[in-house]
Design a protein around this ligand. Structure first.
Ligand code: AMP
Ligand code: GLY
Length: 424
C-alpha cells in the first residue's frame, strides 16, 4: 500500500519506522518529514497544516492510506476531506478532534458524561470580571487554559490571584493566543503524578497502549519552563493495572462511547492526559492523536503490525485485531538545541549517529539534510534517543549511552528521564 504520514517530528519518525516494518507497505511518503523519515521513505515539502495541498498530493500520488500525526490538520478537517476524496485516513474527523481542539468542548463533554475531571467553568471574552470572581472562590494555585490550540503553551498555572487576573486579561482582552483565546477555562488545581494513556479507537472499541510518562519541563527535577517533552518511558509503573483499568472504565471507554452517541464517533488515537489523584485517575485533557514523545517510547514495544491496527481503526473491527506488547520497557531521551524552549539553534551538524548500537534508535524530531548531505539540527528538539530492554533501568541506561555517543553544538538534555520510576 502507498502510505502518507502527515507531520515531521519524532512522533512521525517513530510512526514511519514502525510502519516500515509492515509487509503491507510498498511506498511511504511523509509531509513534511525530517532527515529521519527521509531515510525510510520520501519526504514531501508540504506543511502539516496545508489541508488542500495534502489532499491534492494524496490524490495525485494514488495514496491508499493517510496517517495523521499532529492535531492541527485534524482540527482543520483533513480526515474529513481525505475521506470525502475516497482516501481512508487514520485520525478523527474535525468534529471528533474537538476533544483536543476546544478545551471548553472537552470539559463540557466530560461534565455531561460524568467523566472524572477537575471542577471548572468556561468564560468568553467580555466576561473577565466573572472569570476573576470564579477564580477567587477557588483555592490556589489557579489553572487558566486558553480554549483553542496554542502549541502547548495555552495552559497557565498561576501562583497568585494577581497573576491569575493578568492571565485572564492576557487571554481574553489582549488576545495573547489570538482566536484560540476567544474563551478560556478556569479549573481546580489537582496534584499527583501525571500519566499519558493512549488508546487506539475505531469509533466504538478502545484498545489501550502501555501507559507512559513524559517530562515536560526543560531541566532535571521538573524545573524550568515547559517544553514539547524532554523524554518519556513506557510502561510507566505509576500506571498500575488497577489505575489503567479504572481509567479505561471511567474515562477512555465512556469518552469513545459518548462521542459515538453524540454523533461524532472518534477514530484514531485517543490520548488521555491523566492526573493520578488519591481518588483515582482524573482526566486533565484529551488529545486526538499520538503524544510526542510518548509515541517514541510506546511504539517500539508493539509486536504486531501497526498498519493493520490503523486500518482496523479506520474501517471498524478493531476488536478483532490483536495487539501484543513486548514484555519489556522503553525509554526515550530528547536532545534539544541551544536556547530551547525559548528559541532554537538550527543548522548545526549532528555527529555520531553512525556510532549508535543497532538496538538503540535515534528518532529524529527536528533535523534536516544540508546541501552537503549532512544531518543538521532544524528545530528545538532534535533527536529522541530510544532503547528497549528487559527492564526500565536497562532501557534508560542504554538510551543514555546513545545520547553520549551523539553530539551537536549546544545540545542539552535531561539526565533524569524515568528516575522517578526507578527510585520509588
Ligand atoms: P494540558 O495541556 O491540559 O495537559 O495542561 C498542560 C499541563 O498543565 C499538564 O500536563 C499539567 O502538568 C498541568 N495542568 C493542567 N491542568 C491542571 C490541573 N487542573 N491541575 C494541575 N495541573 C494541571
Ligand atoms: N506529550 C504531550 C503531548 O503530546 O501532548
Amino acid at each position: 500500500m502507498k502510505i502518507l504520514i502527515v507531520g515531521g517530528g519524532g512522533r512521525e519518525h517513530a510512526l514511519a519506522w514502525k510502519l516500515r516494518q509492515s509487509h503491507l507497505v510498498t511506498e511511504l511518503y511523509c509531509a513534511p518529514g525530517n532527515a529521519g523519515t527521509g531515510g525510510l521513505g520520501v519526504n514531501v515539502p508540504i506543511g502539516a497544516g496545508d489541508v488542500p495541498a495534502l489532499v491534492g498530493f494524496a490524490r495525485q500520488k494514488g495514496i491508499e492510506f493517510v496517517v495523521v500525526g499532529p492535531e492541527l490538520p485534524l482540527t482543520l478537517g483533513l480526515a474529513d476531506r481525505l475521506t470525502a476524496a475516497g482516501i481512508p485516513t487514520f485520525g478523527p474527523t474535525q468534529a471528533a478532534a474537538q476533544l483536543e481542539g476546544s478545551k471548553a468542548f472537552a470539559k463540557d463533554f466530560m461534565a455531561r458524561h460524568r467523566i472524572p475531571t477537575a471542577a471548572y467553568a468556561v468564560f468568553q471574552a467580555g466576561r473577565e470580571r466573572e472569570a476573576k470572581a470564579f477564580a477567587a472562590a477557588l483555592p490556589g494555585p489557579w489553572v487558566v487554559k486558553a480554549d483553542g490550540l496554542a502549541a502547548g503553551k495555552g495552559v497557565l498555572i498561576c501562583a497568585t490571584m494577581a497573576e491569575t487576573a493578568k492571565a485572564i486579561d492576557d487571554i481574553l482582552v489582549r488576545q495573547a493566543f489570538g482566536a484560540a483565546g476567544a474563551s478560556l477555562v478556569i479549573e481546580e488545581y489537582l496534584t499527583g503524578q501525571e500519566l499519558s494513556l493512549m488508546a487506539f479507537a475505531d469509533g466504538k472499541t478502545v484498545a489501550l497502549m502501555p501507559p507512559a510518562q513524559d517530562h515536560k519541563r526543560i531541566y532535571d527535577g521538573d524545573q524550568g519552563p515547559n517544553t514539547g517533552g524532554m523524554g518519556a518511558y513506557a510502561p510507566a509503573p505509576a500506571g498500575t493495572p488497577a489505575v489503567v483499568a479504572q481509567a479505561h472504565r471511567e474515562i477512555l471507554l465512556p469518552a469513545v462511547e459518548a462521542m459515538a452517541a453524540e454523533g461524532r464517533p472518534f477514530q484514531g488515537v485517543l490520548y488521555a492526559g491523566l492526573m493520578l489523584t488519591e481518588k483515582g485517575p482524573v482526566a486533565l485533557e484529551f488529545n486526538a492523536r499520538f503524544g510526542d514523545p510518548e509515541t517514541e517510547a510506546v511504539l517500539p514495544l508493539l509486536e504486531d503490525d501497526l498498519l493493520e491496527i490503523m486500518l482496523a481503526c479506520a474501517a471498524g473491527g478493531l476488536e478483532r485485531m490483536p495487539q501484543r506488547w513486548r514484555e519489556a520497557s522503553c525509554a526515550t531521551v530528547v536532545m534539544a538545541t541551544a536556547g530551547y524552549p525559548a528559541g532554537s539553534q538550527t543548522g548545526d551538524i549532528i555527529r555520531g549517529l553512525d556510532r549508535l548500537p543497532a538496538d538503540v534508535t535515534a528518532f529524529h524530531c527536528g533535523t534536516a539534510v544540508d546541501g552537503q548531505g549532512r544531518v543538521v539540527t532544524a528545530g528545538g528538539r532534535a533527536l529522541a534517543i530510544t532503547a528497549v530492554r528487559p527492564t526500565l533501568a536497562a532501557a534508560t541506561a542504554a538510551a543514555y549511552q546513545g545520547v553520549d555517543a551523539v553530539e551537536f553544538a549546544g545540545s542539552q538534555h535531561r539526565r533524569d528521564i524515568a528516575r522517578r520510576a526507578l527510585t520509588s
